[in-house]
Design a protein around this ligand. Structure first.
Ligand code: FMN
Length: 328
């Protein structure tokens, strides 16, 4: 008689079993339903939505329903929210429960001025007391686990990552993910992974390492260096979503890239409609085709097409050319 083998979870977010240790990072304008689904099928262990403004939630923004839409197979699904108001954020999170998320994640890392100027995102790192209040309020009033995504601090003179991570844990948070840069760094310089090891050693709850992971060797190095429960990959997933299957881009055949592009384009068209779907797909196409170093003019021609059929034909031609070049 065939026996059923139950896979063993790699770790838990409170009571939620997590299978896999590589996760697609939340990215505004990138980690939408079509891209998350693709990453999830390739091995990403959790789906995080793009961040959602708590003010938009309480005001019933018309785009809200789209931002919280997900496919069942994406579970566990984390809705990421941002706010600077410890009371409103609870109202917003409670409203989101209607969409049945598995996890609510709080953004404490966004460096964009439009977010930090109002004291939200990475600006909260300057006010650990408020972080405590936000997590205490959320964890006491929500049935689902609450997690936080942080940076190392505001700037190099205020590297308060240990205090912030402990505050999240002490106020009921169930996981901390850490982008190894400060707010002032933005995306410049390199991510520092050593502080993430300190956080992992200081906490009981799971810790996820993030920042500048762009190859399988980086994944291995980060695990070895930090002892983290999982790694989170952002920008590099655009050029190589196969990282979630532990493949470097050079290992991925052109046929596989083409199949994925066609599948992703179709999903984007179905989700957004033809006009918007093709425009929004361009940024993914550009990054996926980048390794082939196509002539600028050819890329421009492809990426300005607005008819999906013409785009598919253009893609076919490009891949014929790529395969020919690879045979020679
Ligand atoms: C276009 C873009 C949008 C992002 N949007 C979000 C977001 O909505 N929420 C968030 O927590 N982080 C956001 N981030 C930060 C990423 O999640 C991640 O922490 C950062 O890019 C560092 O990881 P990486 O080096 O793997 O890209 C965004 C990053 C980029 C590049």
């Amino acid at each position: 008689m065939a026996s059923t083998i139950n896979p063993v979870p790699d770790f838990y977010i409170r009571e939620i079993p997590i299978f896999g240790r590589i996760i697609l990072a939340p990215m505004d304008g990138v980690s939408d339903l079509p891209f998350r689904s693709l990453a999830r099928r390739l091995g990403s262990a959790i789906s995080y939505t793009e961040f959602i403004n708590a003010i938009d939630i309480v005001n019933g923004h018309p785009d809200l329903a789209r931002r919280v839409q997900y496919a069942e197979f994406e579970r566990p699904i984390a809705f990421q929210i941002f706010d600077d108001d410890p009371v409103r954020i609870v109202d917003a999170a409670q409203m989101l429960l209607a969409y049945q998320p598995d996890i609510i994640d709080v953004n404490l890392g966004c460096s964009a001025k439009c977010v930090t100027n109002r004291g939200a995102g990475a600006a909260l790192l300057r006010d650990p007391r408020k972080i405590g209040e936000i997590f205490s309020n959320l964890t006491r009033s929500l049935p689902v686990p609450v997690t936080g995504k942080i940076r190392l601090g505001w700037d190099d003179t205020s590297l308060n990552y240990l205090e912030v991570a402990r505050t999240i844990q002490d106020n009921g948070g169930s996981l901390v993910s850490v982008h190894g840069r400060t707010r002032v760094q933005g995306y410049t310089g390199s991510a520092r992974w050593e502080p993430i090891r300190e956080i992992k050693q200081a906490l009981i709850i799971p810790v996820v390492a993030n920042g500048d992971i762009s190859a399988v060797s980086d994944i291995d190095n980060v695990f070895q260096l930090t002892g983290c429960d999982a790694v989170m990959i952002g920008r590099a997933a655009l050029e190589n979503p196969w990282l979630f299957s532990r493949l470097d881009r050079a290992e991925v055949r052109a046929d596989t890239v083409q199949e994925l592009m066609v599948e992703h384009l179709q999903a984007s068209l179905a989700y957004y409609g033809d006009d918007r779907g093709i425009v929004l797909f361009r940024k993914y196409a550009k990054r996926l085709l980048q390794p082939y170093e196509l002539p600028t003019e050819q890329m421009k021609n492809l990426l300005t097409l607005i008819d999906p059929n013409e785009f598919m034909n253009g893609l076919n031609l490009i891949f014929q050319q790529v395969r020919l070049a690879q045979q020679n």
